[in-house]
Design a protein around this ligand. Structure first.
Ligand SMILES: [Zn+2]
Length: 238
């Protein structure tokens, strides 16, 4: 029976290592970094959408102006053609047409000035958009890099877990069912540690000191009798 307790402590050691390996998978620094990259990426996507909407609005207004400029130019071209063709001879008509051509030219200049203002307004937005898109690409490649690092680490850790589980199973196979069950029950609600060694006058599980009366009582127990820590209830190997 006494050697079962040593086996139990070996199982406990395997379990601690296995828990640490599982924890290392969960707590990989790259995992937190990746979450951060993803948060920044979605904030950036929102910023890009906002700037893009402003650019689209300006482009829409610019297109409307260009249509008006083209219509104005067509009308002017028609008038000038008719004036040149010689079909209109009355001086009054020619004068009226000439006046309209002048008005159309003024209107075209006004519209072109307005278009220039819109183009100037778009310039800093285009610069911001390009910068945002460059940042988004950088974040994208950082996410790819972190994912690859994590995948690689995880493969290594999973292999270590698999080997550890195999060794643990070999060890645990030698334990009596009742002892193994008790250990599992304690371990499940005592932070993964179900069995501890009595070191001097303290329990290596909860690190609390036992009274000298308790220590004496435990030492006098037959080697095959199960002792429990009076503080934390863990199986105490003495
Ligand atoms: Zn204890």
């Amino acid at each position: 029976m006494a050697e079962h307790y040593d086996t139990l402590l070996q199982v406990q050691e395997h379990d601690i290592v296995l828990d640490q390996l599982h924890h290392r998978i969960e707590a990989m620094p790259e995992r937190a970094a990746l979450a951060d990259v993803r948060a920044r990426r979605s904030a950036l996507a929102a910023a890009i959408a906002e700037v893009q909407a402003q650019v689209d609005d300006l482009a829409g207004r610019q297109a409307a102006l260009e249509e008006q400029i083209a219509a104005s130019a067509r009308r002017r071209h028609d008038l000038e053609e008719r004036m040149r063709s010689g079909g209109v001879t009355a001086a009054r008509d020619l004068q009226a047409m000439d006046h309209e051509v002048g008005q159309l030219a003024d209107r075209q200049r006004t519209l072109e000035d307005q278009e220039l203002i819109l183009m100037e307004a778009e310039e800093p937005l285009d610069v911001a958009l390009a910068a945002h898109q460059e940042s988004a690409l950088a974040l994208e490649s950082e996410a790819v890099r972190l994912t690859a690092v994590m995948a690689e680490s995880e493969v290594e850790l999973r292999a270590a877990i698999e080997a550890g589980e195999l060794a643990r199973a070999g060890c645990a196979a030698g334990l009596p069912g009742e002892l193994a069950e008790r250990y599992e029950r304690l371990r499940s609600h005592l932070g993964g540690v179900g069995a501890a060694r009595l070191v001097g006058d303290h329990c290596d599980g909860c690190h609390l000191t036992l009274s000298s009366v308790e220590v004496e009582r435990i030492h006098q127990l037959p080697a095959d009798t199960l002792a429990s820590c009076p503080q934390c209830d863990r199986i105490l190997v003495h």
